[in-house]
Write a new protein. Structure first.
Length: 299
């Protein structure tokens, strides 16, 4: 059996022989669906998320580049919209590569990688004006029977250096946020964006009991997975490669109520954003330099 693959002018989707599937919108190269073999959705996507390119997608995995939030004090990116232009720009589908199930064992372990591209050559004039650097980015989405991987490679193709930030803004779907615990960030220092950007230290596992918006600097190093546990069971395990920071976000009641594209309004109970990125400080790229960062989310 082969990987079933479809692609049109706005979406790319793939279904593995073992039944898992992924769907990626060219707008933002946003992953909007990831299902297991039983058809259970693993990502949270707002019922009224704009999928027509009029606004960044509320849910799935929006890709944040080249700035996290806004950076009024960082002259080179201060004019960009919040979270940058990558999630608001149509990417090009570059192609796919798949590995078939191993014939010797008969195991259904086929996987597929989908590649998307964005560069200053194809970026719209407005974004180019706001961020006048020559760059190219390749974003890869890899689906295996038990994981979803996303990775970015950014290259400075110009003759002046630039600084950037990258974040994979993953909305993980959970059944009940009250029963969720996030481990792997114990003893990590974090910036608490809902408490005046104070620096604090995480003690024990993270639980969500109100609006949560934190930028963690993981204490345990990059190979320690960040694990989402629900009712005592591991539901997601996020492993990072060269993405040194982790944002944990849940809007809770009021913030969800205030977002026009967030439905149902109780959706905050069914999501937790665990966002792997490099957002504390800047990644500097000299001409011809390349930055590479990736995450693998296992179920
Ligand atoms: C998180 C930020 O990454 O994204 C939050 O830490 C922000 O501060 C959230 O509210 C959602 O951002 P947006 O632009 O998609 O509403």
């Amino acid at each position: 059996p082969q990987v079933n693959f479809t692609h049109n002018n706005s979406r790319v989707s793939a279904v593995l022989p073992s039944g898992e599937s992924v769907e990626v919108l060219l707008f933002g190269a946003t992953v909007i669906s990831w299902k297991d073999c039983a058809g259970n959705e693993k990502l949270w996507l707002s019922d009224v998320a704009k999928l027509d390119g009029s606004k960044a997608v509320r849910g799935g995995i929006p890709l944040v580049f080249p700035v996290f939030g806004t950076a009024p004090d960082h002259a080179a990116t201060s004019k960009l919209p919040s979270h940058g232009f990558a999630r608001n720009t149509k990417w090009e589908f570059l192609g796919r590569s798949s590995s078939e199930s191993s014939p010797s064992t008969g195991a259904s372990d086929a996987s597929i990688k989908l590649d998307f591209g964005l560069s200053s050559a194809t970026l719209d004039d407005k974004s180019k004006e706001l961020w006048p650097y020559t760059f190219s980015a390749i974003y890869s989405v890899t689906l295996t029977p038990d994981s979803l991987g996303t990775g970015i490679v950014v290259t400075n193709d110009g003759d002046k250096p630039f600084e950037c930030q990258v974040l994979m803004h993953t909305y993980l779907r959970v059944k009940d946020i009250a029963k969720v615990e996030v481990t792997g960030l114990e003893d990590s220092e974090y910036i608490d964006k809902v408490d005046g950007a104070k620096t604090k230290k995480q003690s024990g596992a993270i639980t969500i009991t109100g609006e949560t918006d934190r930028v963690y600097q993981p204490a345990k190093g990059p190979s320690e997975p960040v694990v989402v546990i629900e009712s005592g069971e591991t539901v997601f395990s996020v492993v990072r490669d060269n993405l040194k920071d982790v944002v944990v976000w849940n809007p809770w009641t009021e913030k969800a109520a205030g977002m026009g594209d967030f439905e149902p309004k109780t959706g905050w109970k069914n999501m937790i954003c665990v966002e792997a990125g490099s957002v504390r400080g800047w990644t500097a790229l000299e001409p011809n330099d390349t930055y590479q960062g990736a995450q693998t989310i296992s179920v």
